[in-house]
Write a protein that binds this ligand. Sequence first.
Ligand code: CMC
Length: 441
Amino acid sequence: MAKESLTVIDNRTGKQYELPIEDGAIRTADLRKIKLSDDDFGLLGYDPALLNTASCRSKVTYIDGEKGILLYRGYDIEDLAENSNYLETAYLIVKGELPDEERLAAWTHNITMHTMVHENIKKFMTGFRYDSHPMGMLMGTIAAMSTFYPDAKDVEDLQSRRLQTRRLIGKLPTIAAFAYRHLRGLPYVYPQNELSYTGNFLSMLFKMAGKYTPHPAIERALDVLFILHADHEQNCSTNAVRAVGSSLVDPYSAVAAGVAALYGPRHGGANEAVVRMLQKIGSVENVPEAIKAFKSGEERLMGFGHRIYKSYDPRGKIIKKLAYEVFDVTGKNPLIDIALELERIALQDDYFVSRKLYPNVDFYTGIIYQAIGFPVTMFPVLFAIPRTAGWLAQWAEMVRDPEQKITRPRQLYMGEARRQYVPLIERPEPADREDKVAEAI
Ligand code: CMC
């Protein structure tokens, strides 16, 4: 039988090493055995942006990027989007199994009991400027929550982890809705616990003076979108939650770091960027010209491409279908025609085909959110709410994993060798100082 190991010859010394292979990986730490001499530090793996480094073992989410497969705890995303609801999927992601009826009822009750926020959180939020980006408000408020729940510091205690998980999943929609009402200058609406998770969210967002009943098709569409965004294994924001959480800080601080990572336009901020891009393109006739700009590298076609998917993002397919179900209620968002034309041309163009750039989850979501009535700045917030379940599941997995330690990568030092401080008046003028200083921040 073939040996599960890798034989390496160091051509600098002629020495041979055998590195064990486990689960399709070598341990990069084993490279340290490869040394020039006894006092040599040993070989490092260099992997900027962690393109080929597994940083953990995880049982939460499986992705096959070539085949476009996404599974939460073994269940197909299409299956869950069709048959589950967000709170049940969140249970699956956090606990590892689908709940029975009793457990689902208890979980739903426990989350619902935590939808209210402390009045001082409300006061805290009124301090944001009238035009603050809601993602900034969300990030700041989640970080501030750590000061309201000092018991959250006990991250190694199972009961504390459970309580913070319920609080975070329960309160995120409330904070997000308060951020929206703040933007609009409207009074904040308190949670209504007889409504569903997304129904209550819609009520806190859009309720005016009279009674508010969420439209069932919009409530369900939002629920499906929440299922699709609930986890995505080791993406930028999950990695941020795990890395920050590895210092054993409380989960509010770790999740705030996840929100920060998600905010950027290459990650969860892409849904906002897509709609801004479609608005800038303006009409279907302008699409060929826009494609030229994307191919020249001047701009990126937002909502296209993915680090892991090298075929159609399975979530994108579901979202495209969902868009028409929403339009049946809201009327068509005309931006969809520009998006469809972009997709049609890009999927035939060698630039996109050769780089395996397909529409990702963010390509059509913004068009739906806009049709429902959300301002573009709310779009990344709509990604952050459901991703909280994934972040917390991954955070708890990290805290419980005996192999995990504080995240602390190595570096390849490329700076100056040791040199002596020179007093200001004796300092010579290095020829390249201006260039060096100009390159720094
Ligand atoms: N438009 C035009 N060219 C692109 C795009 C794009 N959207 N994405 C990648 N490329 C090109 C890129 O210029 C590079 O070309 P070359 O090999 O000639 O230099 C090649 O494709 C590989 O790109 P990369 O930046 O090395 O790929 P990556 O795996 O580091 O980046 C990505 C993945 C998602 C950051 C990137 O595709 C991108 O910026 N897409 C647009 C932003 C976006 O939609 N983000 C949402 C991602 S999905 C939701 C989420 O999880 O956040």
